[in-house]
Design a protein around this ligand. Sequence first.
Ligand SMILES: C[S@@+](CC[C@H](N)C(=O)[O-])C[C@H]1O[C@@H](n2cnc3c(N)ncnc32)[C@H](O)[C@@H]1O
Length: 559
Amino acid sequence: MSEEAKVHEIAPSTKRPLPSQMGLNAQRVKKQKLKKYKAKKVDATSPLGVLQFEIDDLLRSNALTREEVENDMKAILNDKTDEIKNKYHREVSDVRILKLTSSGDGLALIEHPFEDKKKQVAIIPFGLPDDVVKIKVYKTHPHYVESDLLDVISKSPMRRDDLIRDKYFGKSSGDQYEFLTYEDQLSIKRVTVANAYKYFAPRLIANNMVPKVGTTVASPLQYHYRTKITPHFDMPKKVSQLQVRPPLGFGQKGRPKWRKDTLEVGGNGPILDIEECKLATDILNIGLTNERRRFEHEFTKYKKGATILLRENTIILDPSKPTEEQLGEGSTNAEGRVSYIEINDTEHNVKLAKTCVTNTRQIVTEYIDGYIFQFSAGEFFQNNNSILPIVTKYVRENLQIPNSKPEDPNYLVDAYCGSGLFSICSSKGVSKVIGVEISADSVSFAEKNAKSNGIKNCKFIVGKAEKLFESIDTPNERTSVILDPPRKGCDEVFLKQLSDYYPARIVYISCNVHSQARDLEYFLNDTKNGKDYKFESLRGFDFFPQTHHVESVAVLSRV
Ligand SMILES: C[S@@+](CC[C@H](N)C(=O)[O-])C[C@H]1O[C@@H](n2cnc3c(N)ncnc32)[C@H](O)[C@@H]1O
């Protein structure tokens, strides 16, 4: 085979610029194998997977095909002179943002750098629909490009810069929606829930089986609500030569050249140096100050980067003893004393102390809905206790089997029960609760939590969720099921067995509405008894104000 033929065989279609057309030396190309673009496999319900649906949606509404927004990955990868890269990775002005993704980024169509008839899909962090902006494209993927926002030329009516309180705004993903009114944040999250079902439950949508998405339930606290944060740092290879401590904080997002006054705040590395987190509770911010001070002295002791856990802990104070004697372990101040904040709980007539726990194995306490919960600081527990009483009440009410008489027995199954939050908060008036959870540590806390709250009708099993069905003996027509799986959702094995068990009601809580939509599409359409269920209600809960995240609660009942 001739040299020429070899190049043509592995080069992309002639419609796109070939390396040779871009002035690359054919001899050099011959010696080195051309790099091939290999797409990473992503879960369809992960942010990158969802982006593919969002791109298709954008293309459909603009009468474009995927081919018409394709980028020449091979040419970029094999571009030794940077000539192609520089054409791709350029500044573009007068870009109108058309949509918002579920990750909270703007989506726009821009001209293609090589082909007049083609466009490119651009992802623009901190861009809002109807903004007109200037961007710098810095990374190319087969069907979209990533960009930095350089300037906002004309503002979207939604853009409310006067609401920005955080000096790191525009640099960190933590407070991505701060420039929106809270009402707009809640409306956007409602659209996220609706779109998730459009993308992942098309048969349910086509058959009008998805209820109208309810308004998103607000969080009572919109700042200072997070009870856990995990700042981290990276260490360079040559730690011994390090004079100044590395940045300690959270990953940088979207280099904000458009916010001129905050260009240097937090630095410009991959990790932003964060002195204060506006979303975290006051005691966590005190803990952050303590841990930053410690890191200032001790950074050379670390060989590798690490994550620091900051978890809020609550202690009911015994008024007859000095407060400091009752605090236990916690983040300490410059004098070596455990930092704390005292709070008067006038409702329950008790004094509380809040401390900040940094040891993942330490036991921490939370008070929710009149119940006490303990768990290891490093294990899963919900992260915004201001909204939890609203959520647990909503779940409890939706588990009720209609037309029940008070004397009728009712049963509850809590799949993925963690340390027993929903089991315990829904246990009153129920004959028996069975929780199942894969973490033995969480199950032992669920048992202790039931006991310390004086609850005797809860039983917890260690194992995969489907283990439940090996031993379940409650009558299905009198049993309601709570599902609260991790982000990846449930698996088909579990959903099939759930359908075979055929409970009276199902309340599905999810921190990833996309996997929830996929699971309900499967459960309602493809399992034995799925068709006997009505999809009663669907709505988001705002566990994480100022961010794009939404928790979704779906309720199904047997008809
Ligand atoms: C989102 S958390 C919910 C915990 C609890 N409902 C709460 O609100 O505190 C999901 C839980 O599912 C557990 N888990 C993950 N995979 C599981 C599986 N296959 N079977 C049972 N539990 C699982 C995790 O350990 C975690 O505690």
